[in-house]
Design a protein. Structure first.
Length: 278
């Protein structure tokens, strides 16, 4: 059992006292000059600094043991995340919204929620990484609306699928980008004007057929498509947004990132996976 620093120090002091007592017992059993008292020995040890050095060594051993335990726990958790990430379904242009070359070596699979402020912050960072490495990496979007951001998070996810149904992959990215730029986040959604549903207003603004879009928003098939993304993320170990899984399609290597990491960090992680020969 690992002791706290206070308990450890008390134990070492007690050990010093016992050692001094043992020394006195031995000394009394043999003829010699008058022996020092326990208090005198302790004072001598303190004065020389030996007792403090022994206590410091004990505390350092305790600290190192704690650090090693924390590191081992982190490594175990990372290994578990990497193992679960392999459950993510393979990127498929017929099922996924892909930014960049569909056959790129590396895929950034992003599980995101339009009402998540951190996802909004992450925004176009993955797109910028793809733009800087167009022949090597692509971005695969998967909807992951969090329950505490509903109903808006799911409605917006459905709306992006409806936009794609009318205008293909490019329409999805255009509509999704507009939501992120306009939403107030945290379940508040986009502001409405004159009582018009902002999702329909955005569809009209982007030249989509509003009547068809309105029907699509209530489509059970589209709702199931969003749910399938959510389930895929859960199976892959995603628990928050933005959740990012990097996969090297040539080597089969995976990496898992959590949170809105900066552009340079994401780019470096992509490069690391690209150079991973496994």
């Amino acid at each position: 059992m690992i002791m706290s620093p206070v308990t450890l120090k008390s134990t070492l002091l007690l050990a010093g006292t016992l050692a001094a007592g043992l020394f006195l017992n031995i000394a009394h059993s043999q003829p010699s000059n008058p022996t020092p008292t326990t208090e005198q020995i302790i004072q001598s040890l303190e004065k020389s600094g030996a007792l403090d050095r022994a206590i410091d060594r004990g505390i350092e051993r305790y600290r190192q043991k704690q650090m090693n335990a924390a590191q081992a726990k982190q490594q175990k958790e990372e290994a578990q995340k990497a193992a679960m990430a392999k459950n993510a379904r393979p990127a498929d242009p017929n099922k996924d919204f892909i930014y960049g070359k569909p056959d790129a070596v590396i895929s950034i699979i992003e599980y995101s929620d339009f009402e998540c402020p951190f996802c909004k912050q992450f925004g176009d960072i993955p797109n910028k990484v793809v733009d800087s490495m167009p022949d090597q990496v692509n971005l695969v979007w998967r909807n992951f609306p969090l329950s505490f951001h509903d109903p808006m998070a799911t409605k917006e996810a459905v709306a992006t699928v409806c936009a794609a149904q009318q205008g293909s992959n490019a329409a999805f990215w255009k509509y999704a980008d507009s939501i992120f730029k306009t939403t107030r986040s945290n379940g508040q959604g986009m502001p409405s004007a004159n009582g018009v549903d902002p999702l329909l207003a955005l569809a009209k603004e982007q030249g989509l057929n509003v009547e068809k879009f309105d029907v699509c928003l209530r489509s059970e098939a589209v709702a199931k498509q969003v749910s399938a993304d959510l389930e895929d993320g859960l199976n892959a170990g995603i628990s928050g947004t933005p959740g990012v899984i990097l996969v090297n399609h040539k080597t089969g290597a995976f990496n898992v990132l959590a949170g809105a990491v900066p552009e340079d960090v994401l780019k470096q992680e992509v490069k690391n996976l690209l150079n991973n020969k496994k």
